[in-house]
Design a protein around this ligand. Sequence first.
Ligand SMILES: Cc1cc2nc3c(=O)[nH]c(=O)nc-3n(C[C@H](O)[C@H](O)[C@H](O)COP(=O)(O)O)c2cc1C
Length: 173
Amino acid sequence: MRMKKIEVSQLTENFFETISKEWMLVCAGNAEHYNMMTASWGGIGWLWNKPVAFVFIRPERYTFELAENNDVMTLSFLGHSKEARNIYQVCGSKSGRDTDKTKECGLTPLVLDGKYTAFKQARLVLCCKKLYADNLKPEAFTDASLNETWYGKKGGYHKMYVAEITNAFIQED
Ligand SMILES: Cc1cc2nc3c(=O)[nH]c(=O)nc-3n(C[C@H](O)[C@H](O)[C@H](O)COP(=O)(O)O)c2cc1C
């Protein structure tokens, strides 16, 4: 199967459902050096008159290093198949620092528009270009319970990346 480019404005996904229940692979880097991880937090929206994605990555992830050092990232949505669930489990529990997740998951990397690394197994890929990034901070929480629940023992403060969605690709029938 091949992927076909569509306008971002053609997307009719319910991203509340998609991100929270289907999940996604966040992949940062380039064709030679990339890494991906499962994410189920994030958002799709409209900012600075652009379609944008909001991605939250904890500093301990290997993907964080790649996100910091590259201008682009992709969001790959794999669907609900058994194969997809397995890929999400592996990419959400093992680190690219010590595991070749591409090999272990049987993923086929794909370079879209010359610079966006994603995966052939995706039903939908959003190609994203970083615009803004900042660390979440304890003093910025207006609901302190979230800070207590999600940080400290659970891990470091996420960095939020706001990225322009420059293109979307779907599977060609
Ligand atoms: C369902 C699910 C959702 C996750 N969402 C996020 C997320 O939004 N941000 C994050 O930093 N880590 C998230 N993780 C954890 C990373 O996917 C996990 O730590 C992964 O092994 C990191 O891999 P890496 O070290 O190769 O980057 C999630 C894990 C799972 C299973």
